[in-house]
Write a protein that binds this ligand. Structure first.
Ligand code: 26W
Length: 834
C-alpha cells in the first residue's frame, strides 16, 4: 500500500480490522446519545431550547457516517480510480439531520431512542439551524449534486468555503427588508470535523520574480507575500442506504503566527496579534449577490483562497500516493468549476505545476486543460465576472503573469484561424480593451477547460449562439448541455412524506433512487380513489403551510384556496412584478364586482433581495403595500390573499413546495438559465405557469401542453420586439391593464412613502425595460384564467397534478449527475465489496 492521506511520518496506527461497525438499533443509538450528552457535554437535564440534545444526536449519527466514510476512502484508495473535485463558492445545504438519518435508514430507531426520553424526533429536527452557505439556485444545485454523487457512489469531493456568516436573515419591517447576520456557528456546528493537519498556506500580494534554474530554464518565484492559512473542515455526505459517504471540505481562513515584527518590537504585542484579524476576514461572510457581480476585493480573495487551498490539497494527496510523477494526474483527476467563481483554479494549477512541481508550460497546460471543466449558470451580462487587471497585479501578481501568457497563446491560435480579424481578437481576449483593463473570468474558464456546459437545453444553445459564440466556433467540441436536476430524497421523500406514501401505495419505492419510475403513476391519473388520496395529501400540506404563514406573518389563509406560489431570489428578470400586476388585476375585478366566479386564491411570494439591489427592495416594499390594501378590503375575504413570506430559505421551501398548486416560473424568455425551484414544485404535483425559458422548456416537453400553462413571448419574439418596444402600446389598448396602472398611478396602494411604487411604475412604462414586463401582461392574465378554469374542475386539476409528478423523473439530480459522469467525469462507482 502506498502511503495515505494523513500519515506524512507514520508512527503507528490502530488496527481497525477487528472493529465491529456501530450498531444501528434504537438501544445502541440511545446509549450513544446518552454518552455524548452525559460524558462528552457533561449535561444532565434536557432543555429543548438548549442545543445539547440535538448535538448529541448529531454526534451519534456522525459516528455512523464517519465509519462509512473511512471505508469508502479506503476502497477508493485501493481502486486507484479517477476522482472529481467540485469547486464551488456556495453550498446551500439546509438542515442535515433528517437527511442523514433517512440515508442511514435509522430514522425510526432514532425516533424510538428519543421516545425513551419522551421527546419527538421532529422537535430535534427543528432545533437545527440551516447551513445557508449560498445565495440561491447555484448553491442549492451544488448541495443536490453532492447528494446524488454519494447515492451513485461516485468519488466526488466537494470543496467550498466555511463562511462564518452565511446568507443573511431577512426581516420585514413596515414592508421594508432588513438584513440580519446569519450567525449559524454560534452554538457550534457538530457535523464538522476540523482537519488541522491538512492546513494549507495561501499567498497574497508580494511580487513575481523571474530567475534561471540550474538547468538554465526560466522559472518564477512569488515572494514577499502576505500569507494566510486555510484550515479545512469536513462534512460527511451520505448516499441513500448504500453505505457510501463522501466529503464536503470547507476552508476557513486563519492568520499565520508570524507576527508583525515592527509592532512586536515596538512593544505592542497585543496590537500585533490583533492585526492578524485581517487574515480571518477572508472567510467571514458570504457575498449575498446572486446574478450580479459587486467586484469587491475581498470576494476576489475568497475565490483565490478556495481555488488555491483545494488544488494544493489535491496535489498533496497525489504526491503522498504517487510521488512526484504527475504523468497520470490528468487521467485520474477532474475539477468541475461551479460558474467562474473558482476560475482562478486555471492559472493556479498552472502555477503550482510549474513553480512548485517544476513542470514546463506545455506539460502544465496539458494537465490543466485535461482536468478543468466549467459550468456556466447565467447569461445576464451583469453577473459575468470581470476583475480589474490592476487588482490582480497587486493581489496575485504571479497569476496575472500566467493569465497574460494563456491569453497570448489563445490570441495566437485565433489569429491563425481567422487571420486579420482584429474584432474577433478583441472580443475573445481574456483582457478587455477598456481604459481600466478587465480580466474576463468566463473566457479564462473556457480557455482552460476541456468542457463547457450550460444548465438547460435552451441555455446551452443560447451560450453557443450568443455569449460564447466565438469560443464555440473555435472549440465546438468543448460545448455541451447538462440540464439541472434536484434530489428527490430531500425534495419529495423527506419534505412530502404524505405524497411519498401515496405514491408507494401504487408503485414500488424504487423511485427514491430511480425517479423515472414515477412515470408509472400515469396509469392512476384518472383513478378517482387515488385522486382523492392525492388531494387529501395536498390539502394537509397546505394546512401545514397555512400554519407557518400565520405564525410568520399573522395573515390567516385558507387551505381551500388555490396556492399560487413564487419563491426565489427577488430579481427584475424573474418578474415578481408581473405576478404583482396580476394580483392587482384580480383585486380590481373583485372591487368592480367581477369577482363572483373567481377561484379563491392565495398568492404567496417570497425571496431575498441583494442588500444593494435598490429595485429589488422596491419590489418587496410594493408587494407589501399591495398586500396590505388587498388583505384588508372586506370584498376580498374568501377570494384573494397576497402574502410576502419572510426569510425564504431551504427549510421554508421544504414546507412550501409540497403545498403549492400553481408554480410561477415567469422570467423574461432567455434570462433564467434553468431554474430548479420549477422542478421541486413539479415533483410535488404543482402545475407550472411559465414562459419558454430555462428548464421550463423541458418541463413543458415532459408534461405536455395540456398540463402546463404556457404564456409569453419567446426568445426570438423578445429580440424582434426589443428595438421597437413601447410599453404604452400594450397598456393603453388593454382595458384590464389600464385599470391596474390607474390604481398604481392614483397611489391606491401607496402609504406615505411612494418611492417604491414610483420606481415600479417607471420601470413598467420604460421603453428600455430590459425585462419587457408589459409585453407579457395580457398573455399572463389569459394563462392565469386558463389555470383558474382548470382548477375549478377538481378531477381535471388532480389529474394534471399527478401527471406533473409522474413526468418529473428527468429532473432528478441523479440523472444530471449521470450525464456529467458519462460525458465529463467518467468516474467508476466505488465498490465497497471489491
Ligand atoms: C456574486 C456574484 C454571483 C453571480 C452569479 C453570485 C452567484 C451567481 C450565480 C451564477 C447565480 C445563480 O444562482 N444562478 C442560477 O443557477 C441555477 C443553477 O444552475 C439556475 O437554475 C438559475 O437559473 C440561475 O439563475
Amino acid at each position: 500500500m502506498p502511503p495515505t492521506d494523513d500519515d506524512a511520518a507514520e508512527t503507528g496506527s490502530f488496527n481497525m480490522t477487528k472493529t465491529r461497525a456501530l450498531s444501528m438499533t434504537a438501544q445502541a443509538i440511545y446509549d450513544d446519545i446518552k454518552h455524548y450528552f452525559w460524558r462528552t457535554m457533561g449535561r444532565r437535564t434536557i432543555h429543548l431550547r438548549q442545543p445539547f440534545l440535538f448535538q448529541s444526536v448529531v454526534l451519534a449519527t456522525r459516528d455512523r457516517l464517519m465509519e462509512r466514510r473511512n471505508n469508502v476512502r479506503n476502497a477508493a484508495q485501493r481502486s486507484g480510480h479517477r476522482q472529481t473535485y467540485y469547486l464551488s463558492l456556495e453550498y446551500l445545504m439546509g438542515r442535515l439531520l433528517r437527511n442523514a438519518l433517512q440515508s442511514l435508514g435509522i430514522e425510526n430507531e432514532t425516533g424510538a431512542a428519543l421516545g425513551h426520553l419522551g421527546i419527538e424526533l421532529e422537535d430535534i429536527y427543528d432545533r437545527e439551524h440551516d447551513a445557508g452557505l449560498g445565495n440561491g439556485g447555484l448553491g442549492r444545485l451544488a448541495a443536490c449534486f453532492l447528494d446524488s454523487c454519494a447515492t451513485l457512489r461516485l468519488p466526488v469531493l466537494g470543496y467550498g468555503i466555511r463562511y462564518h456568516y452565511g446568507m443573511f436573515r431577512q426581516r420585514i419591517q413596515d414592508g421594508y427588508q432588513f438584513e440580519e447576520p446569519d450567525d449559524w456557528l454560534r452554538e457550534g456546528f457538530p457535523w464538522e470535523v476540523r482537519r488541522i493537519e491538512l492546513t494549507k498556506t495561501i499567498k497574497f500580494g508580494g511580487r513575481s520574480v523571474a530567475y534561471t534554474d540550474e538547468k538554465g530554464e526560466l522559472r518564477h518565484n512569488w515572494t514577499d507575500t502576505h500569507d494566510v492559512l486555510a484550515i479545512p473542515y469536513d462534512i460527511l455526505i451520505p448516499g441513500f442506504r448504500n453505505d457510501h459517504v463522501n466529503t464536503l471540505r470547507l476552508w476557513s481562513a486563519a492568520a499565520t503566527d508570524e507576527f508583525d515584527l515592527d509592532e512586536f518590537n515596538a512593544g505592542s504585542y497585543a496590537d500585533a496579534v490583533a492585526a492578524k484579524n485581517a487574515a480571518e476576514n477572508i472567510t467571514m461572510v458570504l457575498y449575498p449577490n446572486a446574478n450580479s457581480e459587486a467586484g469587491q476585493e475581498l470576494r476576489l480573495r475568497q475565490q483565490y483562497f478556495l481555488s488555491s487551498a483545494s488544488l494544493q490539497d489535491t496535489l498533496r494527496r497525489w504526491v503522498s500516493r504517487h510521488g512526484d510523477d504527475l504523468s497520470r494526474f490528468a487521467e485520474l483527476n477532474c475539477f468541475q468549476l461551479n460558474d467562474t467563481h473558482p476560475a482562478m483554479a486555471v492559472p493556479e494549477l498552472m502555477r503550482l505545476l510549474m513553480d512548485e512541481h517544476g513542470l514546463s508550460w506545455e506539460a502544465a497546460w496539458n494537465i490543466t486543460n485535461r482536468t478543468m471543466a466549467y459550468t456556466n449558470h447565467t447569461l445576464l451580462p451583469e453577473a459575468l465576472e470581470q476583475w480589474p487587471a490592476e487588482t490582480f497585479a497587486r493581489l496575485l501578481p504571479r497569476l496575472l503573469d500566467i493569465i497574460h501568457e494563456i491569453n497570448a497563446r489563445l490570441l495566437a491560435a485565433v489569429a491563425e484561424r481567422w487571420p486579420g480579424d482584429q474584432q474577433r481578437l478583441n472580443r475573445m481576449s481574456l483582457v478587455s480593451n477598456d481604459s481600466t483593463p478587465m480580466l474576463r473570468m468566463a473566457h479564462l474558464a473556457i480557455a482552460g477547460s476541456f468542457s463547457v456546459n450550460g444548465v438547460a437545453k435552451l441555455h446551452s444553445k443560447l451560450l453557443c449562439e450568443g455569449l460564447f459564440r466565438d469560443f464555440a466556433e473555435l472549440w465546438p467540441e468543448k460545448f455541451n448541455n447538462k440540464t439541472n436536476g434536484v434530489t428527490q430524497r430531500r425534495w419529495l421523500a423527506a419534505c412530502n412524506p404524505g405524497l411519498a406514501a401515496t405514491i408507494d401505495s401504487k408503485i414500488s419505492e424504487d423511485w427514491i433512487t430511480d425517479l423515472d419510475r414515477l412515470q408509472q403513476l400515469t396509469a392512476f391519473a384518472d383513478d378517482s380513489e387515488f385522486q382523492k388520496r392525492w388531494r387529501a395529501v395536498k390539502h394537509g400540506n397546505k394546512f401545514r403551510l397555512a400554519g407557518l404563514v400565520e405564525a410568520k406573518t399573522g395573515i390567516a389563509i385558507s387551505a381551500d384556496a388555490m396556492f399560487d406560489v413564487q419563491v426565489k431570489r427577488i430579481h427584475e428578470y424573474k418578474r415578481q412584478l408581473l405576478n404583482l400586476l396580476h394580483v392587482i388585476h384580480l383585486y380590481d375585478r373583485i372591487c368592480r364586482g367581477d369577482g363572483e366566479n373567481l377561484v379563491p386564491r392565495v398568492v404567496l411570494i417570497g425571496g431575498k433581495a441583494a442588500p444593494g439591489y435598490v429595485m429589488a427592495k422596491h419590489i418587496i416594499k410594493c408587494i407589501g403595500d399591495v398586500a396590505r390594501v388587498v388583505n384588508s378590503n372586506p370584498a376580498t375575504e374568501g377570494r384573494l390573499r397576497l402574502v410576502f413570506f419572510p426569510d425564504y430559505n431551504v427549510s421554508a421551501m421544504e414546507c412550501i413546495c409540497p403545498a403549492a398548486d400553481l408554480s410561477e416560473q415567469i422570467s423574461t424568455a432567455g434570462k433564467e438559465a434553468s431554474g430548479t425551484g420549477n422542478m421541486k414544485f413539479m415533483t410535488n404535483g404543482a402545475v407550472t405557469i411559465g414562459t419558454l425559458d430555462g428548464a421550463n422548456v423541458e418541463i413543458l416537453e415532459a408534461v405536455g401542453e395540456e398540463n402546463f400553462f404556457l404564456f409569453g413571448l419567446t426568445v426570438e419574439e423578445i429580440a424582434t420586439l426589443r428595438p421597437i418596444y413601447e410599453p404604452s402600446s400594450f397598456i393603453d389598448k388593454d382595458e384590464d391593464f389600464l385599470r391596474v396602472m390607474t390604481l398604481l398611478r392614483d397611489k391606491h396602494f401607496s402609504g406615505n412613502d411612494t418611492a417604491a411604487l414610483d420606481a415600479i411604475l417607471h420601470s413598467i412604462q420604460n421603453p428600455h425595460d430590459p425585462w419587457m414586463t408589459a409585453a407579457d401582461f395580457r398573455s399572463f392574465v389569459d394563462a392565469q384564467q386558463r389555470a383558474e378554469a382548470a382548477y375549478r374542475n377538481v378531477g381535471q386539476w388532480t389529474k394534471m397534478s399527478i401527471l406533473n409528478t409522474a413526468a418529473a423523473g428527468r429532473f432528478s439530480s441523479d440523472r444530471t449527475i449521470l450525464d456529467y459522469n458519462r460525458d465529463i467525469w467518467r468516474l467508476t462507482p466505488i465498490d465497497l465489496e471489491a
